[in-house]
Design a protein around this ligand. Sequence first.
Ligand code: GN1
Ligand code: MG
Length: 349
Amino acid sequence: MMLKNVLQEFGLTAPELEVIPFGSGLINHTWKINQNNGKAYILQRINHNVFKAPQDIAYNIRLIGSYLAKQYPEYFFVRNVFTNKGDDIHFVEGEGYFRLVPFVKQSHTVDVVQTPGQAFEAARQFGRFTHVLNDFPVSQLKVTIPDFHNLTLRYNQFIQSLQSGNKERITEAQEEIAWLEQKHYIVERFEAMKNNPDFKIRVTHHDTKISNVLFDDNDKGICVIDLDTVMPGYFTSDVGDMMRTCLSPVSEEEKDFSKIEIRNEYYKAIVQGYLAGMEGDLSEAECKSFFDGGCYLIYMQALRFVADYINNDVYYGSKYPGHNFVRAKNQIILLKRLLEKEEMLRAIA
Ligand code: GN1
Ligand code: MG
């Protein structure tokens, strides 16, 4: 089988290998590889439609890895395993790009956050990642997905979908579309941030959901994983996506919208954990913008899900009819719940 051949390139040979599908990401394919000597690995096929230059991901990881080895040798950083030929990514004609990393022993991931303590630890890890790279020459990083968290562009793509997308779906989503258009002031706030020199371009992760942190057996954070979208960016991306995925007890997949709520204690945990990890790197203006981060990211995800629904699910795919419309409505409710608490939550940060 093809995966066996890929593993062979990385020096792992059958028949003693167990290969099991792993994780819950929407974009890449992931497998866990168990060797009969107790060692384990994570193999991933990178989605080439999304990541146009997968070699750039490997390049960034290499660059950051060698910087940290010198500057922060005690920082735990998971590097790619090399192939027999000495590459840290392997291309198979017709199949795509693969990379392998060691599975970190005695670690586990969490799919749904269970306690504010976990949210604190996750936020602390993402903050610490950006903190240890505070003096890293950020412009040397390759941009693996151009404009990935550019809210202005995401809004324009949403408007574009209204011009060229599925007419029936546009009619069906009329109410949601109108609501999103009304919230355009969020894009204006985002633009103001981009023009404000007090907001630093930092090394940010851009996919800070709870499942991208490794925890130890005592639920202490070990490190962050899934570094595909590590790029120059704003801290609001990282705190914002944590809020998007941790504040509510249910995820973007939930169809019963009455279960969506904003939990104050999780908001507090994210702010405190991130500040602890950043050790004072944030400017005053940045410290005042935690809430905006949540708005940008939830709004952006709602725009992306609606636009994808209107574009016949070309990006996210769909497991049942109307899937992306459900996700979009879910994120709209989440944003409504967040905005209702604006005054109170801003006071926390
Ligand atoms: C995608 O594949 P996954 O779950 O890591 C997406 C994120 C979205 C997320 C929504 C490269 O991430 O931006 O927030 O789905 N990643 C990409 O579930 O588009
Ligand atoms: Mg990801």
